[in-house]
Design a protein around this ligand. Sequence first.
Ligand code: ARG
Length: 408
Amino acid sequence: MSKEKVILAYSGGLDTSVAIRWLMDEKNVDVIALAVDVGQERQDLEVVRTKALGIGAVESIVKDVREEYVEDFITKALMANALYENKYPLVSAMSRPIIVKHLVEEAHKHGASYIAHGCTGKGNDQVRFEVGIAALDPDIHVLAPVREWDLKTREQEMDYALERGIPVPTTKKSPYSIDDNLWGRAIECGILEDPWVEPPADIYTLTGDARGEQCSEAEYVELSFEQGIPVALNGRKMSFHEIIDHMNELAGKHGFGRIDMVENRLIGVKSREIYEVPGALTLITAHKALEDLCLERDLLHYKLHIEQKWAELVYNGMWFSPLKEALDGFIETTQQLVTGDVRLRFFKGSCVTVGRRSPYSLYDYNLATYDASDSFDHKAAKGFIDLHGLPTKVWARQRRKVGKEGEV
Ligand code: ARG
């Protein structure tokens, strides 16, 4: 009888390499490894592919999904100005849904009824994998070797690997846990687990030190958007993907895009996280600046709530959910007239909006100006304030009647 098949989300690292062998031995399954390229820092994915086969995977697949990631996933995050707890642009939370989509696709293609991932039991990523998989195919079973096995320490894991001829990292392991893709980089663990300690300089690879020479001269950048999507950089037409790559480099060089935060994980633990997100933060800054110009007041204010909810849902692993989908619909509608240019200035680690323009701008000079061309009806303000303040007046009179005048 042929064995059951499992599609394993494979990174090439120690955990998922040991997982291949563990799944074969403990669960008696055929392992198909899937490595998904979401723009993580260049590792040779062909090496990763053959490594899985060497350990015993019956098949090993590498999929470059970067274009799809930008078009169908990051586009939505930018339109939503998505920042979890108003800070974190959802780097890891964004890549899990697209990985899930391809895991399920491969499971169907290969007739596999199992999917496995290498997440621990303490993070958000396990939730994102498992809820995402359930949403796309509620009948698929999930295996989480790292959560199940008894390899408590890294040494035990190394021993397990060495005994079975699984290649182990030859260089000393970095004390940090790093996850990255083209939307940014997340760094945790090691000394960073003490929230009082300033992050050491060597954790950063995408951003320079804002105190350095390379940040002491200002640089201006012009970003152009069509219906909420970046389409040109300094007047040169480019794909959104190319713009992200360019901005990661340029903003990173200026030392912009570092985040040091304590965040609330879904599983109930606070954790200290460092992020490097030069491109993502630059693009969100510019996109917001253009929305300030183009969105009508009520819509803009309402969208702020929607943005927060959207980020929370995606952080919590609810990418594939009816509410998230409905919010996508709302957000897309708001973007129809978000077209125009934004000028940014980078200097000493900062990125500031210094100009914005749009054919759909709602900014009316004659209404805004204090000079002679002012067309705003100043006299109308009196009646407006009378009515706007009427409930307050009624309240104050009542307070006087009961002898509580002036008290708040
Ligand atoms: N705390 C972030 C999140 O939940 C980053 C997670 C990084 N994942 C990792 N395996 N290092 O989105």
